[in-house]
Ligand binder design. Structure first.
Ligand code: LLP
Length: 382
């Protein structure tokens, strides 16, 4: 019996998901970069790089992980609202494919750092399209009130400054409006905004050669077993139909959750059952330190009892972790077969934003991960 808690990854499902994704973009000018922030486990990264995807990184650390996992530097895009000078230098020295810029000052700094190194940076402008992604407010990124992207004021200034920035070439635009999006009309609206902005880019900046539309496709947290692979077909179809770009311009995507979300689960043991007049609590050995999403976003994750069910009775439980915070709760009034000390629960849809967001709060150790594939079960180093 393995020591709990641990992350459990189904590499067969990851392969099926990647195969499905690749089949939907076959024969198009679409290129997918995996958003490393969703899950940076080394085995997951190298599985994805072997399948020919690029990587989307938001720090020097993520660029290093991506390079170590075998992603080609030219297939790496580097985004982020607060890149440090050291991170920019690291990206320049490693010749990453594209830097997505989010402020005028950042562009000026990249130009200076590139000049000092006698090099040249290809950049794309992250613009804020002010499109409501109809998702949780904490994972919306493309509204005016969000910190991401150049403001229109900065864009105006850039037009005047660009002729004297000799060590950057602005080749296109980058957008990201939010995450866990199910309503495809949101992406239609994004395409409409992009179609309006391309002529403006060509008029003021230069030839439009690169578009990156971010990620955002949602997964089914409620029925993960029934819907293990997200709606890649409808997602890509929107961009195929609605974008109106100059001929030959490639479209880049940065998908995180939709690629890895369903292939991982968090296995955790019931430490204690306690009952009050009002409710039953099941106290687990995993907490918000291993899966922060419920505490941070009130997110729902389906839970399943992994052991053989020993009682016919179904009971409602508040499923809580061991951390000294009331928000350390995976769900309230969750109906499960009667639980007992030692039972193992699988918290599903933990492939994205679980291990990569883990914390050592309360002196918690990083927990191990195990990979399952139809061939073998290999323990991973933490
Ligand atoms: N590109 C950019 C610029 C992003 O900001 C993000 C996610 C992605 C790509 C990947 O988006 P995805 O395909 O995974 O939706 N921790 C939150 C999610 C935060 C997403 C932030 N940006 C959660 O657990 O729901």
């Amino acid at each position: 019996m393995k020591q709990t808690p641990y992350y459990f990854y189904d590499l067969d499902l990851l392969h099926d998901t990647l195969n499905c994704l690749k089949s939907k973009i076959k024969g198009t000018d679409f290129k997918v970069h995996y958003a490393v922030k969703a899950n940076n486990n080394g085995e997951i990264l190298s599985t994805i790089s072997r399948q020919g995807l690029g990587a989307d990184c938001v720090s020097g650390g993520e660029i290093k992980w991506a390079l170590d996992a075998g992603f080609a530097p030219e297939e790496i895009v580097f985004a982020g609202v607060g890149k440090t000078d050291e991170e920019i230098i690291y990206a320049l020295e490693n010749e990453v494919g594209m830097i997505h810029c989010e402020s005028l000052q950042e562009i000026v700094v990249i130009d200076e750092l590139a000049k000092e190194r006698n090099t040249f940076a290809k950049i794309a402008l992250r613009l804020n399209p002010n499109v409501n992604p109809l998702t949780h407010e904490k994972i919306s990124t493309g509204l005016k009130e969000n910190k991401f992207g150049l403001t229109s004021l900065e864009f105006e200034e850039l037009i005047h400054l660009y002729p004297i920035l000799n060590n950057v070439q602005i080749v296109g635009m980058h957008f990201h409006i939010g995450s866990q999006i199910h309503d495809m009309s949101v992406f239609v609206e994004l395409c409409d905004r992009i179609n309006e902005l391309v002529p403006m880019f060509e008029e003021h900046i230069g030839p439009f050669q690169y578009l990156n539309v971010g990620g955002g496709l949602g997964i089914d947290y409620y029925e993960p077993n029934e819907n293990p692979i997200p709606e890649f077909g409808s997602y890509f179809e929107v961009f195929k139909t609605c974008l109106d770009l100059p001929a030959g311009v490639p479209v880049h995507f940065e998908l995180g959750r939709s690629i890895v979300g369903q292939c991982g689960s968090l296995h955790t043991k019931v430490l204690y059952i306690k009952k009050s007049e009002e409710k039953n609590f099941a106290v687990l050995d995993a907490g918000m330190t291993e899966l922060l999403r419920p505490a941070l976003y009130n997110a729902y994750h389906k839970m399943e009892l992994l052991d053989a069910v020993t009682s016919e009775e179904m009971l409602y439980y508040d499923i809580v972790g061991p951390i000294c915070e009331s928000s350390d709760c995976f769900g309230k009034d969750i109906l499960l077969p009667e639980l007992k000390r030692g039972d193992i629960i699988a918290i599903q849809s933990c492939g994205a934003y679980a291990e990569s967001m883990s914390l050592n709060y309360n002196g918690r150790d990083k927990v191990p991960s195990y990979m399952h594939s139809s061939k073998n079960l290999v323990p991973q180093e933490c």
